[in-house]
Write a protein that binds this ligand. Structure first.
Ligand code: GAL
Length: 691
């Protein structure tokens, strides 16, 4: 991971789209950026039609002037390749490069992201424009980093994609017989006798083949990665000193395995737009930041290394590498899922930005600098709103710049977690298949529930990502004492074996339903659930008995389960909670098995929130994983970054009442010294420098 060239402290800024404005506005922009202490802007993300209005005719003088102006103002630039939005001339010249939906409809220009990432004409054009930009700006002093494309995430089902899919499948399976076997082709007469018969999972009569769908998503993530890598390699060749990244987008529709991609970017950069309406934006912020930090950890080396002491090794022992919140919304998102653009109340933008910094982001960047007056996202919020600089929003923009500037050398501090949650994009994709026993299980929701339980316990977590492990290497859990695996559905024998070794050596593992049930080809492991983990957990389930969306089941200890139930039999584990009602009354619901120096827990239903928290708090205590600030009152989030003898303690009051927290240190925001007590207003936060 490399840091943007020429930038030392925290980054502050966002997407800057000067091509939408007359040049007089640029001068005002610069003055306002300086007033707000903006030091980094992303330029050119959607500028292709302005940069190349006709095939091969480049008009870059305006971009020269923008970069010069920014440089004169001391502002660095993340220069984007504009390949997420080819100009209209491109789609007319190359209709075969327009994307095709699963039901065969070819889409047309008139929005953004309307291209097929596997079409040779698109890839050629993308390489050409990236080369042009790199040649022209390689020596520009404002250039700090490259931002390839924008939020890779579109799919296509055209002939180019089908061909590339077949090539990928040939590499994976070698011969068609192995594909037929992996895809269970003998079910519903789906055995292929020629590679040419294999297509992408297009619209079909009834349920699609689950492994075909899963392999398509794996393939498409790799294909998009290849498109990114092509551009990255051009940029690296022409500007070896300039780091290259792309911005990750969140969502279960995203066909990208970000953990796998992390090895190919110089800096993990995320865009994060949590829902403003479900009351979970603060925890979602923490989750996104924890994922980004975990994705940015170096992958373990392929050759198994001898295990040194936990503090110097493993997940959390590895020094944190920089990652960056590349986009977030200063206020309203252009439209929420329910059709309303909800506003972020005053102060929340500051709190969310600092929450990302607390968990390792080296700054806070936004979409976008100045609110557009037209175009599809004209009511999306911006650091400079439609009302202009004389506005509450811009005053907050200035305040955030002042706050970030006061945090000084904080980016030296690393976040250390001793607890981790498993993260596996492919398991999430596999669980989306409608053939599963319940359509009400969402992987993202299962992961979020585990994270939320630990977040409420005040425990900072990393994510352990099997997909980030290069071939031949092992998932490195040595820095962790506790690991939660929510619905890690697909499990290889190797992963199951390494989990077993880790638990035996003292790890505390909590496994939820739908983990280890299937092999990497999404075929059920036979002999009882949860297949790959049965022996380690000391349980065997014969049957799944999912509950309806509103269904509940009573458990001992006054707890309630939802969504899922299983007929669990103890084979070495002991019951912690039992089912109390229904057909499973008296059978174990939550179990624990001591294993070597550690323990393996199985949770066969979705515990109610207090129950999940209570359980994970018990496991954490057993594992010796402490909250960041055990005395923090409810509703206060505490996160610590540490560098040698120094540390920075972030405290956020997410509640609606004033609270007093027991803490001391130099308050970086007010310059005062806190000795023993810190008062936090509702929505208030503080950053204490401690020694
Ligand atoms: C992001 C995207 C931006 C903008 C923003 C607000 O996902 O990268 O270009 O569209 O959302 O909707």
């Amino acid at each position: 991971m490399r840091w943007p060239r020429g930038l030392d402290g925290l980054c502050y800024g966002g997407d800057y789209n000067p091509e939408q404005w007359p040049e007089q506005v640029w001068t005002t922009d610069l003055a306002l950026m300086r007033q707000a202490r903006v030091n980094l802007v992303t330029v050119g993300v959607f500028a292709w039609s302005r940069l190349e209005p006709q095939p091969g005719r480049y008009t870059v003088d305006w971009l020269d002037r923008v970069l010069d102006l920014l440089h004169q103002g001391g502002i660095k630039v993340v220069l984007a390749t504009p390949t997420a939005s080819p100009p209209p001339w491109f789609s007319l010249a190359h209709p075969d490069a327009l994307p095709v939906t699963a039901d065969g409809v070819r889409l047309h220009h008139g929005s953004r992201d309307t291209y097929c990432a596997a079409a040779p004409a698109y890839r050629d054009a993308a390489r050409r424009i990236a080369t042009m930009l790199a040649r022209r700006y390689r020596d520009h002093p404002a250039l700090a980093m490259w931002h390839v494309h924008n939020e890779y995430g579109t799919t296509c089902h055209c002939g180019h994609v089908a061909e590339a899919f077949r090539r990928w499948l040939r590499d994976r399976y070698g011969e068609l017989g192995r594909l037929n076997e992996a895809w269970t082709g003998s079910f519903w007469s789906q055995c292929y006798s020629d590679w040419a018969q294999v297509t992408t999972p297009r619209a079909t009569q009834y349920l699609a083949n689950p492994t075909q769908v899963l392999d398509f998503r794996r393939f498409w993530s790799d294909e998009l990665l290849a498109a990114y890598v092509e551009q990255r390699d051009i940029l690296r060749r022409l500007t070896p000193d300039v780091p290259v990244t792309t911005n990750y987008v969140f969502g279960d529709w995203v066909p990208v395995d970000h953990a796998r991609w992390a090895r190919e970017v110089d800096l993990v950069a995320i865009d994060h737009y949590p829902s403003e309406t479900d009351g979970r934006a603060e925890q979602q912020t923490a989750l996104a930041a924890d994922l980004a930090r975990s994705w940015s950890r170096p992958a373990p080396a392929p050759a198994p290394a001898p295990a040194p002491a936990a503090a110097a090794h493993g997940g959390s022992g590895v020094p944190a590498r920089p990652w960056l919140l590349m986009e977030s919304a200063p206020g309203q998102i252009h439209q929420h899922a329910d059709g309303v653009s909800y506003a972020k109340e005053p102060g929340r933008m500051l709190r969310h930005s600092l929450a990302h910094v607390a968990r390792g982001s080296r700054g806070a960047m936004f979409f976008q600098w100045r609110a557009s007056r037209g175009g599809a996202e004209l009511y999306h919020s911006a650091l400079v709103p439609h009302a202009g600089a004389d506005s509450r929003a811009f005053r907050e923009t200035v305040t955030l710049g002042e706050i970030l500037a006061r945090l000084g050398d904080i980016d030296a501090g690393a976040v250390t977690a001793r607890a981790a949650i498993g993260w596996d994009a492919a398991s999430g994709w596999a669980l989306q298949h409608p053939g599963l026993p319940s359509r009400h299980i969402s992987y993202a929701d299962e992961v979020a529930a585990a994270h939320r339980a630990l977040w409420h316990c005040g425990i900072v977590t990393d994510f352990a990502c099997p997909a980030a492990v290069p071939p031949g290497a092992e998932l490195d859990l040595s820095g962790y004492r506790m690991l939660v695996l929510p619905a890690l559905y697909l499990m290889s024998d190797d992963l199951a074996a390494s989990l077993g070794r880790w638990v035996h050596d003292g790890g505390h593992l909590v496994v939820s339903y739908l983990s280890g049930v299937a092999d990497p080809s999404a075929r059920v492991r036979l002999g009882g659930y949860p297949g790959a983990l049965r022996d380690l957990l000391g349980v065997r389930s014969e049957e799944f008995l999912p509950l309806g969306p509103a269904g509940t089941v009573a458990l001992t200890g006054g707890r309630t389960g939802r969504r899922w139930r299983e007929a669990v039999e103890l084979l070495g584990a002991e019951a912690v909670y039992d089912y109390v009602d229904g057909v499973l009354a008296g059978r174990p619901a939550v179990t624990r098995r001591p294993v070597g120096a550690g323990a393996a827990w199985y949770v066969s239903t979705r515990l109610d929130e207090p129950g999940y928290q209570e359980l994970l708090a018990v496991v954490a205590a057993e594992a010796g994983v402490a909250p960041v600030l055990p005395t923090a009152p409810a509703g206060v989030e505490a996160v610590r970054r540490v560098a040698g003898e120094s540390s920075w303690l972030f405290l956020f009051n997410h509640g609606s009442a004033q609270v007093t927290v027991r803490a001391s240190g130099h308050d970086l925001l007010t310059g005062m010294t806190a000795s023993g007590r810190v008062r936090l207003a509702p929505g208030g936060f503080v950053v204490l420098r401690q020694r």
